[in-house]
Design a protein around this ligand. Structure first.
Ligand code: SAT
Ligand code: MN
Length: 572
C-alpha cells in the first residue's frame, strides 16, 4: 500500500517537488482505466502523472465519488479476496488485515521540515523526544528513494499488501504534502484523516489563526429547549465516539452529533468560535460498542459499513468483545485471525483496535447543522482522559490560560489505536500527541494567543474523567448515558449558575449541584476527592514532562500556571 496525497486546498506543483522526487526510470504511456486526465486541473494532473511514473502502477483510476464507483471498488476487492460480504446486513463487509498492520505506527510517522525545532521541541538533557518525530529533508528524500520507485509494479503477493518493516508516514507541511508507504490501516493510509485534517491542518491553522483539533463535536439541548454545542478532546479509544453519539440517561435532554474525532474551529466575525467536522463518516473502535454503550453507533453500522479485524459469526454477522449479545444456538465464531473461537477462549475474538467504518449520515442523531459550512458555535471545550486514580469526575478551569495548561497536562491510560503495549498512564497533551503538525511549544503559544484576539468570546474549558476506580478496582461512575449529568452541570455553569466550588485544581460541582436523581449509591466523596499525595506526584510528573519535553519552547504563561498549581497543591 503506497499513497501520495496533496490536499486540494491551494494545490501547487512545481514540476519537480522542492524535495526532488527520484528521477523516473522510464517514461511509459500512462494507462488511465477510468476518468480523464485531461479534465484535471494542471497541478493535479502533473502530480498524478509524476506519481504514476514514479510508482509504475498498471493503471490509473481517477475517482469520481459515485455510488457506481463504490460498488465497483467493493466488487473488485471481493474478487481479490481482500473483503468478504457479511450477508446478515445490507452492504456490509469484513476486511481482515495482515496481523502486523492493525494500528497507527507513531514511531514511523514523521514530519519533514528544514529546521528540527519547527517540528519538535528539543528535549532537555538529551532525553528522547515524545512529541512527534522529525526527519530532515535529505533523510526523507533517501527514504522516499528507497521505497517508491516501481513500488506499484506487478501483482501484490499477499492478500493484504503491506510492508511493516518499511512503513513510513511522512508529512511535508511546507508543501502540504503527505507520503505514506507500507500500511493499509486507517490512520496510516486514509490520508484525509489524521495526516491531513490534523497534522497538516494544525500547521495551516497556526499560520492562518484557527484551530485543527482531535475533538468530537456535539449539540446538547436541555429540557427547557436551550441548545449548546461543545467540543471535546480525548485520546484515541477513550470513548469519544460514545460521547459524541450519547443517548442521555437524564429525561428531557437531547444530544445530537456533529462529529466524533476531528474539529476545525475558527472565530467568526462576531467573535464566536465555530466548529466543523471535516470528515464524512465514523471510523470507530468496535470492541466495547453495544446496544447499551452506544445504541446510535449500533444503528449506524447496520448497512454500508466496512468492518476491519472484528470476528465473524457463522450466520454472516459480526462479533467482538463487549458486543453484549449472546450467540444464537448453533452459531459459531471465527476470530479476526480466521481461527475458530468460542466464548471463554484466552485470546480475544476481535482485535482490540478492530473498527467499523460507516457513513455519518446513517447515524440516527446527526445534528441538522452537521454539514453547515459556517460550523456550529462552541460554548465549551472539554478535555478528558482515562484516569483510574486521583482525577475527579469533572472540574472547570479558572480561565482560558488555566484551561490551556489543563490541556497541556492531559494524561491517559494508553490506547489500542497505536502500537503501545500494556496499560500505562501516558502524557497526551490536548489528545494531540500523535497528531501535532508542528512544535508543541508553538502550539501552546497559538492556543494562548486566542485570549488576545479582539472580540473573541472564548469558550469555557472543562476536564472530565469517567474512568475513576475505587480501591477494589470498580468504576466509581456509571458513564455512557449517565455522562449527560456532567453535561447538564456544564450547561448550567455556562448559564452563569453559581454551582461550583473552588479547589486547588479547578472548580468542581458544589455539594448537591450534580443531578444524581435516580442513580444508586454514587460515592461522590471518592469521586471528587483530591488526595494530596496523588496531586503532589501528579504535579511532579507534569513538571518533569513539560520542562524536559517542551524545554526551551514551554511558554512562560504555562510554566506560571504549573507553578500556581504547585503552590495550591502544597497548601492542600
Ligand atoms: O487510528 S486511527 O487514526 O485510524 C483512528 C483514531 O485513532 O482515532
Ligand atoms: Mn482519533
Amino acid at each position: 500500500m503506497a499513497a501520495l496525497y496533496r490536499p486540494g486546498l491551494r494545490l501547487s506543483w512545481h514540476g519537480l517537488s522542492p524535495l526532488g522526487w527520484p528521477s523516473c526510470r522510464s517514461i511509459q504511456t500512462l494507462r488511465v482505466l477510468s476518468g480523464d486526465l485531461g479534465q484535471l486541473p494542471t497541478g493535479i494532473r502533473d502530480f498524478v502523472e509524476h506519481s504514476a511514473r514514479l510508482c509504475q502502477p498498471e493503471g490509473i483510476h481517477i475517482c469520481d465519488g459515485t455510488e457506481a464507483e463504490n460498488t465497483a471498488t467493493l466488487t473488485l476487492l471481493e474478487q481479490q479476496g481482500l473483503i468478504r460480504k457479511l450477508p446478515k446486513y445490507n452492504n456490509c463487509w469484513l476486511a481482515r488485515t495482515d496481523p502486523k498492520d492493525v494500528a497507527r505506527v507513531e514511531s514511523k510517522t514523521v514530519i519533514v521540515t528544514p529546521s528540527q525545532r519547527d517540528t519538535v521541541p528539543l528535549p532537555a538533557g538529551g532525553a528522547r523526544g515524545q512529541l512527534g518525530n522529525w526527519m530532515s529533508p535529505a533523510d526523507f528524500q533517501r527514504a522516499v528513494d528507497e521505497r517508491f520507485p516501481g513500488c506499484m509494479q506487478g501483482e501484490p503477493v499477499s492478500k493484504w499488501p503491506c510492508n511493516p518493516e518499511k512503513t513510513l508516514i511522512g508529512h511535508v507541511p511546507d508543501q502540504w504534502e503527505i507520503v505514506s508507504f507500507g500500511s493499509g490501516y486507517g490512520g496510516n493510509s486514509l490520508l484525509g484523516k489524521k495526516c491531513f485534517a490534523l497534522r497538516i491542518a494544525s500547521r495551516l491553522a497556526r499560520d492562518e489563526g484557527w484551530l485543527a483539533e482531535h475533538m468530537l463535536i456535539l449539540g446538547i439541548t436541555s429540557p427547557a429547549g436551550k441548545k449548546r454545542y461543545v467540543a471535546a478532546a480525548f485520546p484515541s479509544a477513550c470513548g469519544k465516539t460514545n460521547l459524541a453519539m450519547m443517548r442521555p440517561a437524564l429525561p428531557g435532554w437531547k444530544v445530537e452529533c456533529v462529529g466524533d474525532d476531528i474539529a476545525w474551529m475558527r472565530f467568526d466575525s462576531e467573535g464566536r468560535l465555530r466548529a466543523i467536522n471535516p470528515e464524512n463518516g465514523f471510523f470507530g473502535v468496535a470492541p466495547g460498542t453495544s446496544a447499551t454503550t452506544n445504541p446510535n453507533a449500533m444503528a449506524t453500522i447496520q448497512s454500508n459499513t466496512i468492518f476491519t479485524n472484528v470476528a465473524e459469526t457463522s450466520d454472516g454477522g459480526v462479533y467482538w468483545e463487549g458486543i453484549d449479545r449472546p450467540l444464537p444456538p448453533g452459531v459459531t465464531v471465527t476470530s479476526w485471525l480466521g481461527k475458530p473461537w468460542k466464548p471463554g477462549d484466552k485470546e480475544p475474538c476481535a482485535h482490540p483496535n478492530s473498527r467499523f467504518c460507516a457513513p455519518a449520515r446513517q447515524c440516527p442523531i446527526m445534528d441538522p447543522a452537521w454539514e453547515a459550512p459556517e460550523g456550529v458555535p462552541i460554548d465549551a471545550i472539554i478535555f478528558g482522559g482515562r484516569r483510574p486514580k486521583g482525577v475527579p469526575l469533572v472540574y472547570e478551569a479558572f480561565n482560558w490560560r488555566h484551561g490551556v495548561f489543563v490541556g497541556s497536562a492531559m494524561r491517559s491510560e494508553s490506547t489500542a489505536a497505536a502500537e503501545h503495549k500494556g496499560k500505562i498512564i501516558m502524557h497526551d497533551p490536548f489528545a494531540m500527541r500523535p497528531f501535532f503538525g508542528y512544535n508543541f511549544g508553538h502550539y501552546l503559544e497559538h492556543w494562548l494567543s486566542m485570549e488576545g484576539r479582539k472580540g473573541a468570546q472564548l469558550p469555557r474549558i472543562f476536564h472530565v474523567n469517567w474512568f475513576r476506580r475505587d480501591e477494589a478496582g470498580h468504576f466509581l461512575w456509571p458513564g455512557f448515558g449517565e455522562n449527560a449529568r456532567v453535561l447538564d452541570w456544564i450547561c448550567r455553569r455556562l448559564e452563569g449558575e453559581d454551582s461550583a466550588r473552588e479547589t486547588p485544581i479547578g472548580l468542581v460541582p458544589k455539594e448537591g449541584a450534580l443531578d444524581l436523581s435516580g442513580l444508586r449509591a454514587i460515592d461522590t466523596t471518592q469521586l471528587f476527592s483530591l488526595p494530596k499525595d496523588f496531586w503532589e506526584q501528579e504535579v511532579r510528573d507534569i513538571r518533569s514532562y513539560l520542562t524536559e519535553q517542551v524545554n526551551q519552547d514551554l511558554p512562560k504563561e504555562v510554566l506560571a500556571e504549573l507553578e500556581a498549581l504547585e503552590r495550591r497543591v502544597h497548601k492542600m
